[in-house]
Design a protein around this ligand. Sequence first.
Ligand SMILES: C[S@@+](CC[C@H](N)C(=O)[O-])C[C@H]1O[C@@H](n2cnc3c(N)ncnc32)[C@H](O)[C@@H]1O
Length: 240
Amino acid sequence: MDWLKGKISINQPVVFPDKKYQDKYFIGLNLYLGYKEILLLRKDNNYSVFLAIYEKIEHATKLDFDRAYIVFQAAQATSTLPGSSAECGVYRGGGSALIASVNQDRKHFALDTFEGFPDVTSDIDIHRKGGFADTLIMDVKNIFQSYPNIIMLKDTFSQSFPGLQQESFSFVHIDADLYASTLECCEFFYKKMNQGGIMLFDDYLVRDTPGVKKAVDEFFSLKKEFPIVLPTMQAMVFKL
Ligand SMILES: C[S@@+](CC[C@H](N)C(=O)[O-])C[C@H]1O[C@@H](n2cnc3c(N)ncnc32)[C@H](O)[C@@H]1O
């Protein structure tokens, strides 16, 4: 990709499926990577709020800057809808703190074993049991101290779901990496989402989490909603 050299810095090779569109890809990529500068130059207030929160939580999340900003905006976009928010796959807690900060009157449920992945049941998954076990519940609780609207549910998702039967949801961030975990989140939360609510899937197109795309595609192939793929590799579904 000689024409890209010196124009942008990226840490992955870029493969363009069709050369005849390369100028269009370039414009899209450039705009995407450049949006932060534009927001800063225009002194966007909302972006400043995000930056301040991200600075506080970035040590406790795997979400990179761009994906975190999408999570933040999706939490904002749904914050006036009825219903709670949730995150499935919390790890060290930064993502849940980010979501909970947006609307502190909205209950936020944080679901994880906080001991890493449970049994991995599908052959498609690359991750194995115990991955992401390097988190400490006390550290997560410390981060959550500033957000009294967070309710921690420490168990496998399937064990936690019965406790949420009375809830409805406006925003759910699903960051579970595994096929079975993602599918069970789809099955449980889809029917609990209020109209206009967002289900946001992390790692939808990431190479080491093929089970996420498989679960999302299988589930929504039978539904009227359509997962929108974002340049950040996330997929977003609006409940109709
Ligand atoms: C990629 S990490 C989550 C990252 C987090 N959202 C962040 O902001 O850094 C995936 C998490 O999903 C959890 N997980 C996956 N499947 C699960 C299940 N069935 N029940 C409970 N936790 C699960 C793992 O324990 C792990 O902490």
